[in-house]
Design a protein around this ligand. Sequence first.
Ligand code: MSP
Length: 664
Amino acid sequence: MNASHSKPKYYLTTPLYYTNGLPHIGHTYSTIVADVIRRYKRMRGFDVVMTTGADEHGVNVERSAKKAGMSPQEFSTAIAAQWKQLWDDLGIPGEEFIRTTDERHHRTVQWLFKRCRDNGFVEKGHYTGQYCIFDNAYVVDAGPGDPCPDCGRPTETVTEENYFFKLSEFQQRLLDFYAANPDFIKPESRRNEVLSFVNGGLRNLSITRTTIRWGIPVPGEAPHVFYVWFDALIGYLSAVGGPDYDQRGLWPADLHIVGKEIIRFHAVYWPAFLMAADLPLPRQIWAHGWLLFDSEKMSKSRGNVVRPRPIVNVLGIEPLRYYLLREIVFGQDGSFSYDALVGRYNSDLANGLGNLASRTLTMIERYFGGEVPKPADARGYGRDVPGSADFASAALTNITQLYERLSFSLALESIWELVGWIDKYITVEKPWTLAEKPEDRDRLANVLYTAAEGLRIVVALAHPVLPQSTQKIWQQLGQAEPLDSVQLDSLSWGQLKPGTKIGKPEAVFPRVEKSETIERIEAMEQEQNKAAAPPATTTAAPAAGSVTAAPAVEASPKIGIEDFAKVEMRVGLVKTAERVAGADKLLQLQVDIGDEVRQIVAGLALAYKPEALVGRKVVVVTNLQPRKLRGVESNGMIVAATGPDGSPVIAGFLEEVPVGARLK
Ligand code: MSP
């Protein structure tokens, strides 16, 4: 019998991400968290399946496609491919990648709708809202006569026929369900939020539209298409069999990981849809907090997004995984900072785990010819150090419980306490001194066995978060069985066999220079943001396994004059220029743009001396969202081309132009 058949199943999901934009590290955070849970559950004996995917329908995608001069299908296919490619490149692909444009998904949505309708939970009604004719979309929260926030044109009051889901009939059933399943919504704060929302009464929900083209057709009811949530949520079920869900035995899902802003849809609408269709409900919904940048939610519309590829290209995926899980308390918001990311890398990975591994392995190689020594005392030397069986077993129980509660930050803190103790133990015992006296040979063997065995337990515990680097150290410890097949429940002190031949000690986390690393990431980020626009049909996916700063666009799509008119460029005069402390490439400029003087931080320092810029006329993009670079606010951008050697060349004028003149 296939071993995996005897294992219990565990099914978890990430949100299905919208294809009107590309991933930033907020999205990456959700997928990384789900991947950590997947790996942890495997080490607890489960046969795990993770679904991620793309939410492709709706007005926003339709609109972005129009802007890119593409059909929604073409556009969305290109973007979905980039999401999928990123997860592949980062080593976090799901077993299933569901696209809401997949045929299997269409079939499932239509099937679920029929079940809800047959059970009497769908009715026809009328929806009235403010509609922007130009953008073909309703404007949420607008009153009669209010302008469209996108194009500024007046909206019109439109009434259309819709299908409604009778959500109001589920208020009591949902409340009973929450009461009977206190762990259904996590964390507690989100559960309270949902309870008070449902207690406040539920209104029926419009689940179709006739004004949108880009959606799943309601069978026999053209021009109705399904609308937003009665489409995307169902993807979790489509991915694992849809109408035939019982064949794979993965439904109901054990866990949906979502961001806090979509908890209501997952914890209210989704169970109600499933109840209406007589289908089993997911076991748990966990809402994490937001990654903030400069105290605001990171999002494309705020222009403050951090992309994952530059970080991964410069530092690697593992430091990013470690940082996100260690630094952010799961369930709460957390601020993203490059400084903390690189700081954590150097202190916890390079100086912490990496250093412990290399000093332990090097000493075993040097003093015992590369073979794990036999300890004279099998329980390890000294009862008050991690090298005791009791100590290790307590740590294992404690850390497993923290993982189980998804308290990643505390789990890592506890694992790194072990790292610290083993390190201290080595420092106190001074094996290099013991090695000088033959009479201390037994003690030396004890110390190095203890350190190596402690290290083995540490890397097994850290494996869900640091899969590649822990596997490397595991192998260096001479362990043949792949670490991901090790079961945490059967891990115990003393399993490291004396005489095991260790591998060549190699640095797993080389130390990096902080400011240089941050500059490299930021420079790559800027390059990528410049390129990150809607995709072109020609978008080439990077080769599997490679992590490159693949620009979002290979060939720029045409834009209309109204798009160009959105960019405000003016002639500026550089008043002062100075270097930004600790950043080799950045200059901080004060630039007169006619009616005000702007502070702008630009990556020009390697190509221009500050004094050479003072008095120079430059082209400034004046209506960009302000952002901070190395803590200094930048309010605008200097236009420059990339010269033949890759360095920036500032755009200028051959004739006289007045300061503040607008470029057209
Ligand atoms: N398509 C819907 C979800 C449908 S699920 C059936 C959607 N997509 S999204 O592309 O906007 O992705 C939202 C998810 O990305 C959030 O729920 C969250 O998991 C993640 N994040 C997006 N921005 C984030 C932060 N700034 N911080 C942390 N996570 C964030 O909503």
